[in-house]
Design a protein around this ligand. Structure first.
Ligand code: C5P
Length: 319
């Protein structure tokens, strides 16, 4: 039975602004995604026969996106078969780190190869979008600005492999609830200011480079910190330990901090591990698009990234 083993990386949002609610029910976003080195491991096997998709994992994940992703690949490729997954979760669930989305993207990239039915990249994009808002980013990786629902991506220059900490408070913040709470605060005059602020953030991340000088924010912090004050305390601790910036990722609950050196990061990790329950402090590095591409070339022999940028540039979104 052919099988492959792949790593699916986590992401953080270096910046996240939520604009208005759109007619399709999603919110218009401006965000900057960044892949980091924390990763789930996914073993995928395939055997011909009637379709059956099975997942072995320490976690029972209702509505697991990898099952939906596998199902959509089989249907699109017009084949049936038994797909088996062994999923080792290292990326906390519901922490704003995109673990489920990354696992699903890994299935979209790896399964067509495994069943020897490569799908055109445009098709993968369509499947990614239909499965969830963050999945498209994992077909690109590195540092990227995203607009719209979060699926229209613009690659930004690679950042160095800076050292960071992810502090996962063990809390599961519901993304739809966070959007609903935030939605009540959105005003019609806000978007213009938000756009200007986002341009500054883009400029500071894309060009100015020193993370300590970035003008970044996450709009979800206000509403999520109001509900879980302990997250604000974690952000304060990261800042006091020298992180710049220290920010919540996605709709929470993970707070990350980027440090000016590996030694500063490691000192902060020792300190935080003393104060917080075990398993909540993850030391990571930022993963550039170059490294992300090398990862996918190494583990599946596929070239990710270029095609996505081409398809989007060729006016897929111009309609
Ligand atoms: O697309 P995804 O399934 O990941 O989104 C989860 C939920 O987050 C959506 O059902 C929606 O409530 C909210 N969301 C949103 N606007 C976005 C992305 C997500 O309102 N741009």
């Amino acid at each position: 039975m052919p099988s492959v083993r792949v790593r699916a990386l986590a992401k953080i949002n270096l910046d996240l602004r939520v604009l208005n609610k759109r007619p399709d029910g999603y919110h218009e976003l401006r965000t900057i995604f960044q892949t980091v080195s924390l990763a789930d491991q996914l073993e995928i096997s395939y055997r011909r026969g009637p379709t059956r998709i099975e997942v072995k994992s320490d976690f029972n994940i209702p509505g697991n996106l990898i099952v939906k992703a596998a199902d959509s690949v089989l249907q699109t490729a017009g084949v049936t078969g038994r797909v088996g997954f062994v999923l080792t979760k290292n990326i906390p669930l519901g922490g704003g780190l995109g673990g489920g989305s990354s696992d699903a993207a890994a299935v979209l990239l790896a399964l067509p190869r495994l069943i020897r039915r490569p799908l055109p990249f445009g098709k993968l994009l369509e499947l990614a979008e239909s499965l969830g808002s963050d999945i498209t980013f994992f077909l690109l990786g590195g540092t990227a600005a995203a607009i719209g629902r979060g699926t229209e991506l613009f690659p930004l220059p690679d950042l160095p492999s800076w050292n960071a900490l992810l502090v996962t408070g063990g809390l599961h913040v519901s993304t739809p609830d966070a959007y609903r709470a935030l939605g009540r605060q959105l005003t019609t005059s806000a978007p213009v200011n938000m756009m200007n602020d986002f341009q500054s953030a883009l400029w500071s991340v894309g060009v100015a480079r020193a993370a300590g000088d970035w003008e970044v924010r996450n709009d979800f912090e206000t509403v999520v910190f109001a509900q879980y004050p302990q997250l604000k305390l974690i952000k304060g601790k990261l800042l006091r330990l020298g992180a710049r910036p220290a920010l919540m990722t996605g709709s929470g609950s993970t707070i990350y901090g980027i440090f000016p050196s590996k030694s500063a990061r490691d000192r902060a990790a020792v300190q935080l591990r003393r104060e917080l329950p075990s398993g909540q402090v993850h030391a990571v590095t930022l993963v550039s698009r170059k490294r992300y591409r090398a990862l996918w070339r190494g583990q599946m022999g596929i070239s990710v990234g270029d095609e996505l940028w081409q398809s989007q540039r060729l006016g897929r979104y111009a309609k």
